[in-house]
Design a protein around this ligand. Structure first.
Ligand SMILES: NC(=O)C1=CN([C@@H]2O[C@H](COP(=O)(O)OP(=O)(O)OC[C@H]3O[C@@H](n4cnc5c(N)ncnc54)[C@H](O)[C@@H]3O)[C@@H](O)[C@H]2O)C=CC1
Ligand SMILES: C[N+](C)(C)CC(=O)CC(=O)[O-]
Length: 470
């Protein structure tokens, strides 16, 4: 089992703990705050609910989490170390010196929002394996990690680190040249500065600024970013026309980007009061739940389209353990019920059972040789009947599995029986008896399957019948 050491378990460290732990790594945490274990526990509760919902396959079994009393104990034997202590260079240097004494080999990522690798490394002997690995809150859901190796990096440590980060579902984006605040925080700071001016000058409230983002460009950015979006905004002339039209605006007084409003007590109070009026009726935990619910729904929509962060989720899903197709009955699905499958009654909507049983049937036919090549050769199965029984409520976050038996596999006919159960106690949520017919995609008429597929189906059907009737 691989071990990650997380140094500093606050907002960001807690997210790193969850990311590694839920992807099957053992995690050791060091944080001198006596409240750290409780705080990380709260982050973990939320992450355990949220992260598995991104995927249509179950995550691996959780690793083991330990809270240790010294930094040395945390990093000893670790395969990867992530530092997330407060944004103070002197403190980070002190921490690296201690890490070096106990583990001078493992890749060492820093969550720093703004320091450059050359600043972090100063005076550290094993500094080549130290690099910026800048995450985004919540680390357990958002995939971007800005990896800044900087000059004098140990390239094998960076390669190893990138592989590690990708293996837990993250998207390591390499920043080729070090710069204060990397890539993303430079934008965020620019937007933040401009927003502070708008509030200070009584142009807009915190709520109005948030509305300006979430009803408009915020939606665009999640799927296409800035340049692709502006290319389209140039119409048929593309980027060239866009720049010709809007380039001059850059010289107009559209921004106040270079100066920062003084954070006087008055301005801080004003922002605080407006923010309380906007969101004070919700606790931070309630806001986190709302944010995560929306992020999951957006990312799952992108996954269905194979775009942006959604494509990455599908890629990572391919590395997750497959259900046990060799079991009798066959385990065709093992997954968590995602929040976007639930409805106003607070349980999984009936339409989603159709999806589950469609996926379960796909698992059976794929196991018998009906793969992409087979379909490309013009042969496939169509479902012609589903008889679904809804027996118990399924809720968001429940881990469930579908056990499938082949009842009949004769010529073009295939009859399946699926049972969907909750993992924790075996409660049956639903059953489905399903009838499929083998078809030619050319004539759109039924026809017998290829011999090898027919044989595979028949063998499985015999094994399932034997297990059922002895
Ligand atoms: N909060 C954010 O939105 C983001 C923060 N970051 C970066 O992550 C790092 C941590 O930030 P946050 O988690 O927000 O801060 P935080 O204040 O929530 O957590 C810092 C944690 O470090 C612990 N700590 C202090 N001294 C320590 C030591 N010597 N050894 C181990 N732990 C120690 C503290 O007890 C605290 O729990 C910073 O470098 C920050 O720039 C990066 C991305 C986003
Ligand atoms: C505000 N911040 C600079 C700490 C933000 C980040 O570093 C990234 C994020 O999660 O927004």
């Amino acid at each position: 089992m691989k071990k990650a050491a997380i140094i500093g378990g606050g907002v960001i460290g807690g997210g790193w703990v969850a990311r590694f732990l839920l992807n099957g790594w053992d995690v050791a945490v060091y944080d001198p705050d006596p409240e750290a274990e409780r705080k990380i526990g709260e982050v973990l509760t939320q992450a355990r609910w949220a992260l598995p919902m991104l995927y249509d396959r179950a995550l691996p079994s959780e690793g083991q989490l330990t809270f240790v009393h010294s930094l040395a104990e945390a990093v000893m034997g670790a395969d990867y170390i992530q530092e997330s202590v407060p944004e103070r260079l002197d403190l980070k240097h002190k921490v690296y010196a201690e890490i070096e004494e106990a583990n001078s080999k493992a890749p060492l990522g820093s969550s720093t929002s703004g320091f450059k690798p050359s600043e972090l490394r100063a005076g550290i002997e094993s500094g080549g394996r130290l690099f910026v690995a800048h995450p985004f809150n919540p680390v357990y859901l958002l995939p971007l990690i800005e990896v800044v190796p900087g000059e004098d990096a140990d390239s094998s440590a960076i390669v190893q680190a990138r592989e590690t980060l990708a293996s837990v579902g993250l998207y390591p984006l390499e920043v080729k040249k070090e710069i204060d605040a990397h890539i993303a925080d430079r934008f965020l700071e620019a937007v933040w500065r401009e927003a502070l001016w708008l509030v200070k000058d009584d142009i807009a409230t915190t709520q109005e600024i948030d509305d300006a983002i979430r009803y408009g460009f915020g939606l665009r950015w999640a799927q296409m970013g800035l340049f692709e979006t502006y290319r389209i905004a140039g119409g048929e002339g593309g980027m060239a026309h866009f720049i010709a039209q809007f380039g001059p605006c850059l010289e107009w007084p559209w921004t106040k980007l270079m100066d920062v409003p003084e954070l006087t007590d008055e301005l801080i109070r004003k922002i605080g009061d407006q923010s309380d009026a906007q969101s004070g009726h919700l606790s931070i935990r309630q806001l986190e739940r709302l944010r995560d619910t929306n992020l999951i729904s957006i990312m799952r929509a992108l996954k269905a389209r194979g775009n942006a962060a959604g494509a990455l989720i599908s890629q990572h899903e391919e590395t997750l353990p497959r259900p046990d197709h060799s079991a009798v009955p066959m385990i065709t699905i093992r997954r968590v019920i995602p929040i976007d499958w639930t409805d106003y009654n607070g349980h999984m909507n009936e339409s989603r059972y159709g999806q589950v049983y469609s996926d379960a049937a796909d698992a059976v036919i794929e196991a018998c040789g009906v793969n992409a090549d087979y379909v490309a050769s013009g042969l496939s199965y169509f479902t012609v009947e589903n008889n679904i029984k809804y027996l118990a409520e399924a809720h968001a976050g429940d881990t469930c599995h579908v056990a499938t038996r082949i009842l009949l596999a004769e010529g073009k006919k295939l009859k399946l029986h699926h049972e969907m159960r909750r993992d924790s106690d075996g409660q049956v949520y639903s059953t489905c008896t399903q009838f499929l017919l083998h078809v030619s995609l050319e004539t759109r008429k039924t026809c017998p399957p290829r011999d090898d597929v027919a044989q595979h189906m028949a063998n499985l059907a015999a094994a399932h019948a034997k297990a059922e009737h002895g």
